[in-house]
Write a protein that binds this ligand. Structure first.
Ligand code: 5GP
Ligand code: ZN
Length: 114
């Protein structure tokens, strides 16, 4: 855990965040500023700064995150579809440097993004 990382604090339970899903390695919670009717953040408990920092030994963890997203989409009844986004680095618009996947759904989403 990185002591000055917001999402490490959330993952550790220090901020009393409601978890929509929790496994040994992954948690999911509502985004503070939702941009869609469903806007969930899915993160590893382990501190990884971004997708660019994922290591080969994280591949099982990455698979677990994807399966968590699949389960959340089902539980949230996103039957018409959804979008998964991992903003990465400056050009990617990343603002919190702990790896996270946005799960967006509940409305028709436009493409391309801005
Ligand atoms: P990024 O811009 O790095 O892709 O996404 C960071 C996301 O974290 C943003 O959508 C922002 O609304 C969300 N966020 C920032 N601070 C908090 C917080 O304290 N709690 C929650 N639940 N979400 C947060
Ligand atoms: Zn962290």
């Amino acid at each position: 855990m990185s002591s000055d990382c917001l999402f490490c604090k959330i993952a550790s339970g220090a901020l009393s965040t409601e978890f929509l899903l929790e496994t040994d390695h992954v948690v999911a919670f509502h985004d503070l500023n939702p941009v869609a009717p469903t806007h969930i953040l899915v993160i590893p408990k382990k501190h990884i700064a971004s997708l660019a920092d994922v290591q080969v030994q994280d591949r099982e963890l990455m698979g677990e995150i994807m399966l968590a997203i699949r389960d959340l989409a089902k539980n949230q009844a996103l039957d018409e579809g959804f979008r998964v986004v991992a903003n990465t680095g400056t050009d990617g618009g990343q603002s919190v440097f702990h790896l996270h996947f946005h799960l967006l759904g509940g409305r028709s989403l436009q493409w391309p993004p801005g």
